[in-house]
Design a protein around this ligand. Structure first.
Ligand code: BG6
Length: 504
């Protein structure tokens, strides 16, 4: 037989990764995350031909549901889904049972065997824990009891685990210890969906694929860094959950510190799982853990009152469903951190996150130092601010550089202008959903964008003094009107250093 000539059109396409044949087992299959995020992401993957024909989803949850009802739920992910999705729906199944009961797991074992035989899925299994966190450890142990934790010859067994990963450093360590009794670290994929966002990954591209930014990326030129994660939504239907979480656990410990570690890290030797995660954890370890006594000076917590957001009147946090009328949970955190290393010594990092703020925006802004001497008369430069490089993670994903330019006209006036890269305009497509990327990575077996055990521990270490200082009834808690940029003490936190929060 003559060999086929190389297909020149296929050159470069080997970078497209497809999931291998396999089964995705979703625990918590009747829940909100599965419905809102996982099924639509899987449908998109199938539409983009990134899932093979030999692929099935097994939903597991306590809710009674037939295979047919689960398949209807899958079909609801997108009424215009392609033929590939219909095929996957046909292969899929549902098991209802208690997460703590061995019968659930023997039933799962049976189903997996049947599917492997019928479809040739090669014993590649990805277990996705989309349940409430209280059952994470139990499900992992129960998988271990029936041997589903160990890959069969030629197959794979991976555990994808949602946040929250523990409630503090101690409980995260305990959960890790249980998981490690059953799964090896390289089988565990801890999700932080922010790492699946294209623009979060773009922080790496911006820094390490360009020669012009990195030389400026240090204390020599940067005055301070601001990280903002602002949401317009309140707690929605998650009042119960949020009451025991609060903004520090919900956003800062994970999303903010992940984005920050990518911003602060040193260039890795290689852009792979070990290279990147080693540098991220090194960066996190350089963040100075605030002393308990210092917490009131470096951190502010607050809770939203009623107000107006995007033209609608909204209730205060304590009036939300599932929230105690005397709740002390914070929906806003502002925090000042510092970093003890060669690159960042003396550069403060200001962080703020909150619900019911005026605008949905996530960004990292590097504010550069002012020029050493301004040669223009003061009144010619009233509209001039120091340069800033802003990485907009969402929405309107992109990067903006602020610099000074002459205002057209006779007089010599300078003011700020923006040089703007917009993801949508440059690539003519919107970035895909974070879950799509992360689900595919887990099924392919690429852990680069998942959080390693030592990263989780270090991140909890950074926020632990705040958790300790804020535990109990007496912790200070400011209020802020919904639709405002947060409480007055958060302004003070930054203003006393002679700086200001940006208006994104
Ligand atoms: C989740 C939090 O992890 O992230 C939510 O639990 C928050 O409270 C959400 O709303 C924000 O994610 P995104 O992708 O909308 O910025």
């Amino acid at each position: 037989m003559t060999a086929l000539p190389a297909n020149v059109l296929a050159e470069g396409l080997e970078t497209v990764r497809r999931a291998p044949p396999g089964v995705l087992v979703v625990f918590g299959a009747s829940g909100d995350l599965t419905h809102r995020k996982l099924l639509p992401a899987l449908e998109h993957l199938s539409r983009r031909r990134l899932l093979p024909a030999a692929f099935a989803i097994i939903g597991v949850a306590r809710t009674e549901m037939s295979d047919a009802a689960f398949r209807d739920l899958m079909a609801g992910a997108d009424p215009d889904a392609g033929p590939g999705w219909a095929e996957i729906i046909k292969n899929s199944a549902y098991i209802s049972g208690e997460y703590s009961h061995p019968d659930t797991f023997t039933a799962l074992q049976g189903r997996l065997k049947e599917i492997d035989e019928a479809l040739g899925t090669g014993a590649n299994r990805t277990y996705y824990l989309a349940t409430i966190p209280e059952v994470f450890a139990g499900v992992a142990q129960a998988l271990g009891q029936v041997g589903l934790n160990r890959p069969e010859p030629g197959g794979s067994a991976r555990l994808v685990i949602e946040k929250p990963f523990g409630r503090d450093r101690k409980t995260a360590g305990e959960l890790d210890a249980v998981l490690h009794e059953v799964f090896d670290e390289d089988q565990i994929y801890r999700i932080d969906h922010y790492l699946g966002k294209e623009t979060v990954q773009n922080v790496l591209a911006l820094r390490f694929a360009n020669a012009i930014f990195e030389p400026l990326w240090s204390r020599n030129y940067i005055d301070h860094v601001q990280v903002t994660v602002a949401e317009t939504i309140g707690v929605e239907k998650r009042g119960d959950f949020y009451e025991s979480a609060g903004a520090l656990r919900d956003i800062v410990q994970n999303h903010v510190l992940q984005v920050l570690s990518l911003t602060l890290m040193e260039p890795p030797g290689s852009i792979d799982a070990q290279g990147i995660r080693d540098e991220k954890v090194k960066a996190l370890r350089s963040v100075v853990v605030p002393k308990l006594a210092d917490v009131p000076n470096v951190a502010v917590r607050a809770q939203y009152d009623s107000g107006w957001v995007e033209g609608s009147a909204v209730p205060g946090y304590r009036q939300e469903d599932g929230v105690s009328p005397t709740s002390q949970t914070e929906t806003y955190v502002a925090l000042k951190l510092s970093v003890d290393n060669w690159r960042w010594a003396g550069v403060p990092i200001y962080i703020r996150t909150g619900k019911r703020l005026p605008k949905r925006v996530t960004e990292v802004a590097l504010q550069f130092k002012a020029v050493p001497h301004l040669a223009f008369p003061k009144q010619a430069a009233t509209g001039l601010n120091p340069n800033a490089l802003v990485m907009r993670i969402q929405p309107d994903e992109g990067v903006t550089l602020r610099f000074g330019a002459k205002v057209p006209g006779q007089a010599f006036m300078v003011r700020d202008v923006l040089m703007d890269f917009s993801y949508g305009a440059a690539f003519l497509e919107e970035p895909s959903d974070a879950y799509e990327r992360l689900l595919l990575d887990a099924m392919v077996g690429d852990p680069t964008l998942f959080i390693r055990s030592d990263e989780v521990d270090t991140a909890w270490g950074v926020v632990q003094p705040l958790l300790d200082a804020w535990a109990g009834q007496g912790a200070p808690l400011s209020g802020y009107a919904s639709g405002s940029w947060g409480p007055r003490p958060a302004e003070t936190l930054i203003e006393r250093d002679g700086r200001q929060w940006r208006t994104p």
